[in-house]
Every structure is written in structure tokens, then in C-alpha cells.
Design a protein around this ligand. Structure first.
Ligand code: SF4
Length: 428
């Protein structure tokens, strides 16, 4: 959206600065996210009382009445209509702030992949670019609003994905991140068509695009933003990780280490099946980075079920755990479940889980000290540059002579710990 507005001559000011137009791209993953969006809208309107206030994103999609009933809001644009946001905003601005207007599609109408064009993280220079391949989810995990907010599964045309990746590599980007709401669902909708080439007959559509990007010329790497164990099994993962340009890092959301909780979450795998995937990855590369999400205090979570989550953290040797307290979300099945866990219990559990995760992370990083790591340099801060290893450890490399630049690869050895990663020395 930023790029679309800049292309039409708009000047983007820093967040929290006075402006003529605010576009608030909202999240609705928890009730707290909704509240924060409302607070932000009010704060910005106070800062610039005459500004046109446009609200889009998932909260606008699932609760358009709530959003448009706020007196601060002038325009509500749901998901699936963001492609036309520039026109809508310029028109509303010229017509000097209509009474609040709502443009929101029903979930069943969110049925086409909305191509927003090439998105580049320009703040980082020519380092990492994000290529969105897929939208929507049909898995309906019992705590999740995303299928309501993002609509049905729809996938971007394979040629368009590969063409964008190719043009980004040609521009000099060194890391192509394939993103989506649930990337493992890429190309799974019945209406998706793909003309396969020789050698691609047995591949899933996701493997096809990774394979095609993998075979592009150039010194770059591919990262998958995440894979859902609700969709992929061990055999899938074993096939995906073999592509040589794919980073040795996967984000595999486990959500709980307890099979019974996973079942109540309406996620279709067992703790053992998840650990099988982890074992297969570790057989391929013992230093493969695996990150995850875990929800603590899901309705009915017993002390034993929680202990299974802590045990999962240790067994899977996660590189990083994003731990969340379960948060009730109106309209989801989990919200209607009995035995909601008290806040104090959730707080105790999350502290215990995060402490375990921190120990495991340090141990994983320590194991990496003996290996050589290729790092993509991203930013400079004084005498150091920062970047990520292929297996997703954040590193701080001393570079007093300022030889390293953003967008360059260099080879390093890890030397010590920092709060959020490791120090490293360049070896070549
Ligand atoms: S697979 Fe992910 S996006 Fe889809 S419903 Fe489950 S948690 Fe939400």
C-alpha cells in the first residue's frame, strides 16, 4: 500500500506524525489487537483532527460495523479491496471527507488472489524481499479468526510468483521470502491450475514454485515464512527441505505439545507426528533452525498438558519459541469452550515456558559455535553489522573498517552470546 501511495505522489510521513490521511492496517488476531487498533485510531485523530481516517485489514473485515461506528473513522476498506485503496482514498480526500463509507466483501466473496505488486523491504536496501504466494485459510483452528478475516484459500499464479522472484534476484535481492497466510496450502484449492514441466509431475504446487525459483541463476537464498503441520506431513517436509537454495530454517507452528490440546484446537496432527517431522529435519541437518509458536493456557489445559508443551520445547530443540497466552476471540469455537484458564495461571505457565525456551535457544546457539555460517548482512550499527545466518541466528559481526555492506554475504564463526543472538567474526 505504501508503494502504491508513493507511486501516486503521496508523501509518507513517520508513524505518529501529523498527516492528512491515516491508513490503519488493523489486526484482529486477539481481542487485544482490536482494542489496540481502536486506541491507535483515536490517538491519531487527536493528533490531526482534520485527517481522513481510513481503516483496513482484518479487524475492518470481521467487524466493519464496530469500526465504522467510531466517530473518528471516515472510510472502512475490507480485505480483498486493498488493491483499490488508492483510488478510494484520493476520491474521499477530494470530496473532503464523506460521512463514513464502508466497502467490505463477505467471506465467500474473498475468492481471488489480490495481487498488490512487488513488495520490497526498501528500508533494508537490497537484502530481503517478500513474495506473497497465497492468501486465506480453510483450516479453522478453534482459536483462530484468520479464516474469517482472510477468506478462502486462493493462490497466486505460479508464473507470476517465479517472474517476481526472478526480477527481484536480477535487481540484486539476496533473500526471497515466500509468504502467505498458510503457505503450505499453496495451490490446494480445486480451481488452481498449474502446467507442470518435466520432472515436476509428482511435486506439490508449493514444491514446483520452490523448485523453479531454486533453479534461477544468482547468489541468493530462499526462505519460507512458515509451514503448517496441519497441512504438511513428514514426507512433504522431507521433500521440501532438499532444495539447495532453501534456508535451513523452518517455522513450524506446533501450538501445543499435548496431543489432546492439539485436538481441541482442531489441528490435525499428534505430538508424535510433529516430533517425527522434527527428527526428519535433524537427520538432514542437525543444525537446522526450527522456530515455532506455542499457545499457553488454552481452554481446559491441565498441568500435564502444559508440561507436554515444555517437554516439546526441549525435545524439538527449538531455536526460537513465540509464546502467547491464550486470548479469547469472539466468534471462535474455543471462546465457547468451558474451563477457561485464569490469567494468573497463564502468566505462571508462560514464564516457565519462556525460561525453558531461552535455555534451549542458548544450547542450540552453542552447538552452532563449531560450524561456519553464511550470513546475509542487513544493517550497520557503529562498528558492527547485523544479519542472519542461513538457519536464522541473528549475528553481530565486528567490522571496524566498514568493509561489509548491506546485501552482501559473508562467512562467519559464532563467538559469543548477545541478548537476541550471537556475536560472530568474519572468516572470509
Ligand atoms: S492453520 Fe493457521 S491461519 Fe489457518 S486457522 Fe489454523 S492457525 Fe489460523
Amino acid at each position: 500500500m505504501k508503494e502504491a501511495f508513493t507511486g501516486r505522489g503521496a508523501e509518507i510521513v513517520a508513524e505518529d506524525e501529523p498527516a492528512d490521511v491515516y491508513i490503519v492496517n488493523t489486526c484482529t488476531v486477539t481481542n487485544i489487537a482490536d482494542r489496540k487498533s481502536r486506541q491507535y485510531i483515536r490517538r491519531m485523530k487527536k493528533l490531526s483532527p482534520d485527517a481522513l481516517m481510513v481503516v483496513t485489514g482484518c479487524y475492518a473485515q470481521v467487524a466493519p460495523e464496530d469500526v465504522s461506528s467510531m466517530e473518528e473513522v471516515n472510510l472502512v476498506i475490507g480485505n480483498g479491496l486493498k488493491g483499490g485503496i488508492c483510488d478510494a482514498v484520493f476520491k474521499a480526500f477530494e470530496e473532503s471527507r464523506l460521512p463514513c463509507e464502508r466497502r467490505v466483501l463477505e467471506r465467500s466473496e474473498l475468492d481471488e488472489f489480490e495481487d498488490m505488486g512487488i513488495v520490497v523491504s526498501s528500508e533494508l536496501g537490497l537484502t530481503r524481499a517478500y513474495v506473497k504466494i497465497q492468501e486465506g485459510c480453510d483450516r479453522f483452528c478453534s482459536y483462530c479468526m484468520i479464516p474469517f478475516a482472510r477468506g478462502r484459500v486462493r493462490s497466486r499464479d505460479a508464473d507470476s510468483v517465479v517472474l517476481e522472484a526472478e526480477s527481484l534476484v536480477e535487481k540484486g535481492f539476496r533473500e526471497i521470502v515466500l509468504t502467505g497466510i498458510n503457505t503450505a496450502l499453496y495451490g490446494t484449492e480445486p480451481e488452481f491450475t498449474l502446467s507442470r514441466r518435466t520432472g515436476e509431475e509428482d511435486m506439490t504446487p508449493l514444491e514446483v514454485i520452490i523448485s523453479r525459483i531454486n533453479s534461477l541463476e544468482g547468489d541468493f537464498r530462499i526462505r519460507l515464512s512458515s509451514l503448517e503441520p496441519t497441512v504438511v506431513d513428514k514426507e512433504h517436509v522431507e521433500r521440501i527441505i532438499r532444495f539447495d537454495k532453501l534456508c535451513h530454517h523452518l517455522h513450524l507452528s506446533v501450538q501445543s505439545g499435548s496431543t489432546s490440546v492439539i485436538e481441541r484446537m482442531n489441528r490435525h496432527y499428534t505430538r508424535e507426528e510433529y516430533l517425527d517431522i522434527v527428527r526428519a529435519i535433524r537427520e538432514f541437518d542437525p543444525l537446522y533452525g526450527i522456530t515455532t509458536d506455542i499457545i499457553v493456557g488454552f481452554p481446559g489445559e491441565t498441568a500435564e498438558e502444559f508440561a507436554d508443551s515444555v517437554d516439546m520445547v526441549r525435545r524439538a530443540e527449538f531455536e526460537k519459541v513465540h509464546a502467547f497466552r491464550y486470548s479469547r476471540r469472539k466468534g471462535t469455537r474455543a471462546d465457547a469452550m468451558g474451563d477457561q484458564i485464569p490469567g494468573a495461571v497463564k502468566s505462571e505457565r508462560i514464564t516457565e515456558l519462556m525460561n525453558a525456551a531461552e535455555d534451549v535457544r542458548r544450547e542450540f546457539e552453542r552447538k552452532n559455535f563449531s560450524a561456519e555460517h553464511k550470513v546475509l548482512v542487513e544493517e550497520r550499527s557503529g562498528d558492527f553489522v547485523t544479519g542472519y545466518t542461513d538457519n536464522y541466528i541473528k549475528v553481530y559481526i565486528e567490522d571496524k573498517n566498514k568493509e561489509l555492506k548491506a546485501g552482501e554475504f559473508c562467512y562467519t564463526m559464532l563467538t559469543g552470546f548477545t541478548e537476541d543472538g550471537c556475536t560472530a567474526v568474519r572468516i572470509r
